[in-house]
Design a protein around this ligand. Sequence first.
Ligand code: DQA
Length: 143
Amino acid sequence: ISILVLNGPNLNMLGKREPGIYGAKTLAQIGDETTAFGESLGLSVDFRQSNHEGVLVDWIHEALGRHRGIIINPGAYTHTSVALQDAIRAVGLPTIEVHLSNVFAREAFRHHSYISPVAVGVICGFGPQGYTLALEALKPHVA
Ligand code: DQA
């Protein structure tokens, strides 16, 4: 069972980017840990990042037939992207939204998500652990 894990803009800067908010780990480290945890659950993880909205839309479309579920940290596109909402709706794959930070403890513009209405659920505020929590939460939806 394969799961697509998508990361949006600026998440390639993790480790360097506002470590007080996002932590010291790089995205590569988080990817390795998420992939290893997935293996322990019998899930194969395809972990990716793009800074480009259209690339993320393409990857969501391509997930159909290749992956059984999606975990997505859309970064700032969370708060702006009707296109990502429509793409997730179009493929109909069970999707979990993840944020490293607790977006509700931050600026008001981070309180609204275009992704949440099409997600099974949302995990935010637990740092990199959010990705492994999301795999556990997604498993019954893809089994
Ligand atoms: C984020 C939260 C977003 O508001 C922000 O734009 C990000 C990262 C998070 O993981 O906490 O880029 O998705």
